[in-house]
Design a protein around this ligand. Sequence first.
Ligand code: GLU
Length: 419
Amino acid sequence: MTVFSGPVFDMAVKQFGVIADHLDIPEDERGRLLMPKRAVTVSCPIHRDDGSIAVFEGYRVQHHLTLGPTKGGTRFAASVDLGEVAALAIWMSWKCALVGLPYGGAKGGICVDPSSISRLELEALSRRYMQEMIPFVGPHTDVMAPDMGTNEQVMAWFMDTYSMYQGRTVTEIVTGKPVASGGTLGRREATGRGVAHLARKVLDELGIAAEGATAVIQGFGNVGSYAASELHRFGVKIIAVSDHSGALTCRSGLDIPTLMRHAQQHGSIAGFSSELCCDPDSILTMPCDILVPAAMEQVIDATTAERLQCRILAEGANGPTTPAADLVLADREQEIFLIPDILCNSGGVVVSYFEWVQDLQQLFWTEEEVTRREYEILDRAFAQMVSRARQDQVFNRTAAMAIGVERVRAGKNTRGLFP
Ligand code: GLU
C-alpha cells in the first residue's frame, strides 16, 4: 500500500522497474531506492480579493536525503496531485545523480490554476505555502526552485517569507530567484540553453548543419521559449511552436525574438498571428530535425512515438514520453536520437546548484562563467550516457537512468542502514 497514485507516479515506478531489472538490483533493495523518504501535504488558506477565504492543497515530496539536501521545483497547476509530485521528485533524484550534483530529488506543488487568481492572491498563496513548509525545508535540508506555473517572483516571495521567520536574509533557501534578490546570472535561460546546447551537439554528431536545420517546440514557457531562442541564434529554423493557448507554424521559420517579446507581454502566444495558427495536436508529428517537447508529462504515447518524424527528440519537459512509447523509441533509435529528460533539461538544476553555491559563499560569478560551467557538466554527462549506452547496448534513457540510479544506490549502500 502507498499513498502515491496516478498515471505519472505509475510511470515513474515502471521506468524504475526497467532500470532495476537492467542493473539486476535485488528485490529487497528496490523499495529503499524508489519510495520517497518524506511527503508533506498542507492546506494553504488565503484571503481572496473579495474578502472570502479559499483553501488550496499544497505538497512537497523529498525523495532521498542520502547524498545531501533535496532539490527541486515547485509547480502551481490545476493538475498537481501527490502522485505527480512524487514522480517528479523521483526523476529529480536520477537527474541530480546523473549530472553529479550533491542532492537528492524533491518536488512541490499547489493544486491551483495560477491564471485564475490575482497577483495579490498569488503572493498570499506563495507566502502561505512557504510558511507551512518551514519545518520541512532549509538550505541544507531541501532547496526549492521554479517549475511550471512559478517564476522568479514567486521564488523571491518564498525567500522573503523564510527569511522573515529566520530574522535574517537566507538567500540559499531557494534558487531561481531574481538576480536582485541573490539569484544567479544565467539561471533564467539555463534550462532552455542546455536543451539547445545538447541538441546542437547531436546535430553535429549526425552531420546536420545547424544553419537551416528545423525544430518544433511544444510549450513556450521558460524552457521552450529559451530553447527556441537559443536554437534560433544557432541558425535553426523554428517551424512550429505551441502553448496552452494554441499553436503557430511557418515553414520558413518563425520570428522567435518577436514571438518571445509577445509571449512575455501577453503571457502566451495567443494573438501573435491569425494566419500562422495551426492545430496544436499536429505539431509533435511534423517532419523536423529537432523536436522539443517542453510542456507536460506523457504527451508522447506509443501511437505518437510511431508517428514522430524528427531526427532528434530533445526532452525539455519532465517525463514527456510514456514507457510504452519508450519501447517504440528503443526500436527506432537508429532513426531518432533521444536526449532523455533527466539529461536534456538538467541545465536548470545545474545552474540552480551554482546559485546555491554562490549564495552560500556570497561570491558571485559572471554569466559567461555560469554558462561555461553548465555546458562542461552537460557535456560530461552526455559523454557518459553515450558510452554507457554503447557498453550496455541499451537506448539512451536506460543508460542515463542507470547511471543516476547506480549513483544513488552506491550512496545508500556505502552509508548502510541506520540504526
Ligand atoms: N524544476 C526544474 C526541474 O524540473 C528545476 C529544479 C531546480 O532548479 O532545482 O529540473
